[in-house]
Design a protein around this ligand. Structure first.
Ligand code: GLA
Length: 344
């Protein structure tokens, strides 16, 4: 087990570092302090060939210049908040509008575009980890309260990549963090993810309104293009439904301890996601347009898919969704493991 640390770039005079966690089987997870963005995951295919299974860039300028949250931590609240507003105890809180009149992924300067700091580095015989922190200030993007946020990234020798978040605010505030990696298990970012097989252990999804916000209904997946209770390919799921014409960008509810399994038949790669979060947003890279990626590839529609485990989007405006509010002095915690294996 090993950790390599290198300088990655300069952000207004602050050094941005890159870390690579490595296990004894050659698996590697790389990320940078800018946005806590995962830049590379090398995972073996069924023949032991290690290839990158996430879309990433070579330079800091690319991360700064591209707006699609490549590999980054989304927060203080992931997803959209309708009208960039919510109310609490009769008070209206106004957030930054950064997608039309709505608020998306924490605003203009969300957790994806700030430089995180190293808190702790651990090398054990069966795992390696780095804990990052970020101090989000009172009023940042409209959110109340100071919050010290931690994100710990761990790679195990068994092929598990674990992300654990924790945060304590000093005023009541919503907190909902997720990781925005675009996975492509083929290892070839030029090949669309429509042939990936997906299973989501959950019975419902949240239909969207015209602005990609949850409309409010929690609808059973049965008989819809959202029924991934049994494994099926993304292409098969989409079918010719109007609702999934562009691909998926939808929240799915998860059963307690419900898993998500993504697999790719040709390479034999599998990724099993375990989380304590109540939902996952499946986003099939519908807005990607030709970003120049590391490895010489070019991104594009459906070249990667995100599985964003989190609390329900826009929960602050839907009292019947599980709350994402965290009280002053209380601790927010969330954890998700991405376990890589091969189907022989
Ligand atoms: C999330 C959203 C998408 C899109 C991407 C970023 O996944 O759900 O609609 O905004 O982020 O491009």
């Amino acid at each position: 087990m090993d950790i390599r640390k290198e300088a990655f770039g300069d952000l207004n005079g602050q050094q941005v570092d890159s870390y690579t966690l490595k296990n004894d089987h050659g698996m590697e997870v790389s990320f940078i302090t800018y946005g806590g963005a995962v830049t590379k995951i090398l995972a073996p295919d069924r023949n032991g060939r290690l290839e990158n299974v996430v879309l990433g860039f070579d330079t800091l300028d690319d991360y700064i210049g591209h707006t699609h949250y490549f590999g980054a931590i989304a927060g203080r609240v992931a997803g959209r908040i309708g009208n960039a507003q919510y109310s609490l105890n009769g008070e209206t809180i106004d957030l930054t509008e950064n997608e039309g009149r709505n608020h998306l992924h924490g605003g203009n300067e969300g957790f994806n575009c700030v430089n995180w700091h190293e808190e702790e580095v651990n090398i054990a015989s069966d795992s390696v980890s780095v804990k990052l922190s970020y101090h989000s200030r009172d009023g940042e993007e409209g959110y109340p309260g100071n919050v010290k946020v931690y994100a710990a990234y761990t790679l195990t020798n068994e092929g598990g990549f674990l992300i654990e978040y924790s945060a304590v605010p000093d005023r009541d505030t919503p907190i909902n963090l997720t990781s925005h990696s675009y996975f492509n298990l083929s290892g070839d970012a030029s090949s669309p993810i429509l042939d990936h097989t997906l299973q989501i252990e959950g019975d419902a999804y949240l239909p969207l309104n015209g602005e990609n916000l949850p409309a409010g209904e929690i609808r059973p997946v049965e008989g819809t293009p959202f029924d991934f209770r049994q494994p099926r390919t993304i292409l098969d799921g989409m079918g010719d439904s109007k609702e999934t014409k562009e691909g998926y960008d939808h929240p799915f509810t998860l059963k307690k301890d419900g898993k998500i399994v993504l697999s790719h038949e040709r390479s034999g790669r599998m990724m099993t996601i375990e989380t304590d979060q109540p939902s996952v947003v499946l986003y099939t890279g519908n807005f990607l347009t030709g970003e120049r990626l590391s490895g010489g590839n070019t991104a594009g529609r459906h070249k990667g898919l995100c599985l964003e485990t989190q609390g329900y989007p826009d929960a602050v405006n839907h009292p019947h969704f599980p709350s994402v509010m965290v009280k002053a002095g209380e601790e927010y915690r969330a954890s998700t493991s991405y376990i890589f294996s091969v189907d022989k």
